[in-house]
Ligand binder design. Structure first.
Ligand code: UGY
Ligand code: MN
Length: 261
């Protein structure tokens, strides 16, 4: 199995953890508790599974370190499942079996249900990825399509009228898409304008800086490299802390679909 942080043997300190798991509600998963999982198809990759339906999510998130020869030639995804990859650090070749995309840090690809994602590390060193999959919820008259881009080349907009909070939408605002990925970036001292309570779920990976997050009225310190699951309706907001670096995170959000009854 092995730990993601590659530590072995006894700790000199008392055992402790910042992890908080409230199944169906929210979870904070810092890197130190993560183990490496073997997933068929991922060769020379150190992969940890984050959110799953067992935690209360309707999607699955992963953090993946591709070693220099890392690859997935079998194809990530399955019938009826959409996939998304974001390059946290490094360089990777991504293919849907027809078209190839080379992406460096900040690059991403969304593949609609029906296409498998093939991956190859072309960095000559490790490459770090964030991966996502979800069962696609189709609606009549609309479809999703392949999207490829790099967030470093995209314009961010002021979030809810606040100039020190920036929002980037990674996928188009089209009804064919049943989810979107976003990056929210808070300058130190910035915050949400209010505590949100909504039906949509989030899986969020902290890209930079640090903050204090309120989840279901618990105030939780959080920093780069941590992962959050926010379940439906969990009250949520953050204050960014620190001096210079913005507190930024990549997150998924379901959208464009009515609630089931
Ligand atoms: O889009 C969102 O719901 C976002 N503002 N949520 C969050 O940052 N927790
Ligand atoms: Mn939200």
């Amino acid at each position: 199995m092995g730990y993601k942080n590659n530590r072995i043997g006894y700790s000199d300190e008392l055992l402790s953890s910042r992890s908080i798991i409230r199944r169906g509600n929210f979870a904070l998963i810092p890197p130190d508790g993560l183990v490496k999982n073997t997933v068929p198809g991922f060769e020379d990759c150190e992969l940890s599974i984050l959110s799953t339906p067992k935690l209360g999510a309707t999607f699955v998130d992963y953090i993946v370190t591709m070693l220099p020869n890392g690859r997935n030639e079998l194809g990530f995804g399955e019938e009826g499942v959409e996939t998304f990859v974001y390059v946290l650090d490094g360089k990777v070749k991504i293919s849907d079996g027809e078209t190839e995309y080379i992406h460096t840090t900040g690059g991403y690809v969304y593949l609609p249900a029906g296409k498998k994602m093939y991956l190859e590390n072309v960095n000559g060193a490790n490459t770090e990825l964030f991966l996502y999959k979800k069962r696609y919820e189709a609606i009549a008259g609309h479809t999703a399509h392949v999207v490829s881009g790099n967030t470093n080349e995209m314009a961010a907009e002021h979030y809810e009228g606040m100039s020190d909070v920036l929002l980037t939408d990674l996928l188009p605002k089209e009804l064919g898409f049943d989810m979107n990925f976003h990056i929210l970036s808070f300058k130190p001292g910035a915050s949400h304008g209010y505590i949100e309570t909504h039906v949509q779920e989030h899986g969020a990976y902290m890209l930079s800086g640090s903050g204090v997050y309120v989840l279901d009225n618990e105030w939780i310190p959080i920093q780069k490299g941590d992962y959050l699951f926010m379940g439906a309706y969990v009250p949520q907001a953050t204050y960014a802390v620190g001096r210079d670096e913005s507190f930024s995170y990549l997150y998924s959000k379901d959208c464009n679909r009515d609630a089931q009854i």
